[in-house]
Design a protein around this ligand. Structure first.
Ligand code: ATP
Length: 577
């Protein structure tokens, strides 16, 4: 069966195979010093060899050692080149993919998963590609070739070299019994501990305010105690076995067995002292090899899971690109019988018809969950409609080149996203060639210039380092960025619900500057702020219930009038869009 890993590794398989060949060669050459030392011993014991022959064998041992190291070095170099190529092609493929998936694919969960793939999974893959094959090959070839050599000298030697292995094998099998189920149990307990920590830290303010620190702390304590008990219950008997199996593979025990049992064989005349010397050389290599094999197989399991996640990311469906691109002519937005659902069974929008004339401001209002954000986000293709179509400047958004669509349609969402970099870089995202004066003018209009100037390095301050913005300030930076990008169509998710009154007033001023002269579709959460707009559209369960100007809708005494009466009970700051 072809695994995700096989598919990913295919382009660099030849390099890895070459690396494995060098690793096998290095492992075989590494055996030559054993043979050389044994031969030297034989010559010295016989006392017949001339010094030239002795020096030749000694030189062979040194040369073989050097060649062995070189071959292992070349093997690792080849697999590191393979890994480097694979990583860079995977990173490129990921960046390409991330640029082509629909914007709506990005959520907190997917962002976390992407971070894991890019940071951790690629690193796990590095071990597998750059080290696993080479180290595993050496760990298998060296002892096997050694045992073969011993068997050729005297079959009893090969048996003597692996005499302690059955003890290790039995202890290891006992240790691994029920390993999967026990790990699952421990994982669950660990998850409970993590959840208790998160719960405790998350709600610390409330917990403290209500004087319940002891209570919250107790649930964490219980989770930790349960984990400790389970862990101790599993590990205690395991430790005895672990000690037993490690002992069977420890060099002193191997030497003791080799020399003890070897002496008996010597006494019976079944082996010679020199053969016993050769056996000891090979026997002490075996534990290290087994350790490497064990570690390598564990790393392989981790890497296989990482490869699955990498492949899953590379398989995410992309936003279909248009075959022949259409240019938008103008900046009106038209929704025609738009239907959309996040999954096939549940339609969120059930046939929306709506026209936002060029240069006008349309506000979407309605109960929470009515589909306002969903409808607005379909314009910049966060998702594509299931049926119907959305046109900007007369062109179906699916037929506009995505780059041109983003030059035409800007958006400011509630959750202002600032990227790592300077404040100026953040402002220039939509227009990299904007001059300093233009950047500053946009920041002034968005009511954020003074705040940026107060930062230690002004516009050159770095987000998250010396530029820490509050939610409202980040929102104004994002408005300035959109102002600078100067798109004729704007989607605004009114984000003033969590801001304090002063910040809210500043955001409203910034939004008013942004809206001037553009076609704006604003998702309004607070009705008083949009009473002056050109068109108000009431959405209800994915359908347009009514639309018109504020006074007209109030007079109609329908859904909007009810929302207005309910909403105006809380004071608000007027927004003059
Ligand atoms: N990414 C998503 N995946 C699945 N369902 C979603 C997603 N985003 C929104 N929904 C669902 O779609 C429906 C409409 O949500 P939407 O956010 O468009 O409503 P809204 O009118 O903007 O609400 P609010 O005023 O609370 O923001 C809701 O039932 C919501 O749970």
């Amino acid at each position: 069966m072809t695994t995700a890993l096989d598919t990913l590794k295919r382009p660099v398989n030849r390099l890895i195979c070459l690396g494995v060949a060098f690793a096998a060669l290095g492992a075989l050459v590494n055996l030559v010093p054993f043979i050389g030392l044994t031969e030297l011993g034989r010559l010295l014991l016989a006392g017949s060899a001339d010094s030239k022959t002795l020096w030749l064998w000694a030189a062979l041992v040194v040369i073989a050692l050097s060649l062995g190291w070189m071959a292992s070095g070349v093997a690792l170099w080849l697999t590191h080149v393979a890994d480097h190529r694979l990583q860079s092609s995977l990173r490129e493929a990921m960046v390409r993919k991330l640029g082509r998936v629909p914007l709506g694919w990005y959520t907190d969960t997917t962002s976390g998963a992407v971070r894991k793939v890019v940071q951790d999974d690629l690193e796990d893959l590095h071990h597998l590609v750059a080290h696993h094959a080479v180290e595993l090959t050496a760990a298998i070839v060296t002892p096997l070739a050694g045992l073969l050599w011993l068997a050729m000298l005297n079959w009893r030697l090969a048996l003597l070299a692996v005499l302690t292995l059955p003890i290790y094998a039995v202890a290891y099998t006992l240790m691994m019994r029920g390993f999967g189920a026990k790990m699952q149990l421990l994982d669950k307990s660990m998850t409970r501990v993590s959840a208790a920590i998160v719960e405790f830290v998350h709600g610390i303010a409330v917990v403290k305010a209500f004087g319940q620190v002891g209570q919250a702390h107790r649930s964490y304590q219980q989770a930790v105690n349960q984990f400790s008990e389970q862990y101790a219950g599993w590990v205690k008997p395991l430790l005895r076995l672990e000690a037993f199996s490690s002992m069977a593979l420890s060099v002193p025990v191997i030497l003791l067995v080799s020399l003890g049992v070897g002496s008996l064989l010597l006494a019976h005349g079944w082996i010679t002292p020199l053969e016993l010397f050769a056996e000891t050389l090979v026997a002490v290599v075996i534990p290290q090899s087994l350790l490497v094999i064990n570690q390598s197989l564990t790393a392989q399991r981790t890497a296989l899971a990482a490869a699955d996640r990498i492949e899953a990311l590379l398989d995410v469906e992309e936003l279909p690109s248009p075959k022949a691109c259409v240019q938008p002519q103008g900046s009106d937005i038209r929704f025609e019988q738009v239907q959309f659902g996040y999954d096939a069974e549940h339609l969120i929008l059930k046939g929306v018809d709506l026209h936002c004339p060029a240069g006008s401001v349309t506000a979407l209002v309605g109960a929470s969950g009515a589909g306002k954000s969903t409808l607005a986000k379909l314009v910049p293709r966060f998702h594509d409609v299931n049926a119907g179509r959305i046109c900007v400047g007369g062109a179906d958004v699916r037929e506009i080149d995505p780059r041109q669509l983003y030059q035409h349609v800007g958006f400011v969402l509630q959750d202002a996203q600032l990227v790592h970099g300077t404040v100026a870089d953040n402002l220039r995202l939509g227009r990299p060639d904007a001059s300093d004066a233009e950047v500053e003018a946009a920041a002034r209009s968005a009511q954020i210039h003074a705040r940026i100037q107060a930062l230690p390095r002004g516009y050159q301050s770095v987000i998250g380092e010396d530029a820490i913005f509050s939610g409202g300030e980040a929102q104004r930076v994002s408005i300035a960025r959109t102002l600078l990008a100067d798109t004729p169509v704007l989607i605004l998710d009114e984000a003033t619900s969590h801001a304090d009154p002063e910040s809210e007033a500043l955001i409203q001023d910034a939004l008013s500057a942004l809206a001037r002269g553009r076609t704006v579709l604003v998702i309004a959460h607070r009705l008083p702020s949009i009473s002056g707009v050109d068109q108000i559209v009431v959405l209800d369960q994915g359908r347009v219930l009514e639309s018109g100007r504020h006074e007209h809708l109030l007079n109609a005494n329908g859904a909007y009038a009810r929302l207005w009466r309910a909403g105006t009970e809380t004071p608000a700051v007027e927004m003059s869009l």
